[in-house]
Design a protein around this ligand. Sequence first.
Ligand code: CA
Length: 219
Amino acid sequence: MSRRTINLDDTLYQYLLDHSLREHPEQTALRQATAAHPLAGMQISPEQGQFMQLLVKLIGARRTLEIGTFTGYSALTVALALPTDGRILACDISAEYTSVGRPYWQRAGVAGRIELAIAPAIDTLDARIHGGEAGHYDFAFIDADKSGYDAYYERCLQLVRTGGLIAFDNTLWGGDVARPSHDDDTRALQALNDKLHRDERIDLALLPIGDGLSLARKR
Ligand code: CA
């Protein structure tokens, strides 16, 4: 028994995966294909993806945003949890990385649910706001450049409906957020965590899953 979150050693983490993970075969295949990539650490862990699928289903999400798609594992994961008419607007600046995921999206039968926007995410989000889509989205996942998180958050807060959810990846940042730092990414995440903590526009949880996952429910 403990009053704090349990420590996961390798054995217990493997147990957790063995006794809960329910990946689609194309998720497993895309995860394995991405593991060889030099930036593979950018991909979310499979249990975090499955947790996000549960969240998406719990809130009945149909329209979702993703800021930072990389090779497309999280987009595939969320798309599999959406209804057949559900949509993800996936924002990324790299056509090269995101092209890795497309064949997996197609084989999983969810490519039609994923609209890829290759452009700076701020431009894409601002265009959607100005296009009248404020309040039209149910869920947003922010997992891109850390110095941009606050700007993405403010846009997502406009685009997501009341009761909708914004998830931020990497908010514990390998533990670095808890120590003084001169690193720009670390300082951006520290400032974001401080802001979210006192932000009255949202309900908040910060979960020690993956590299830290903050959940903000729009009030
Ligand atoms: Ca990440």
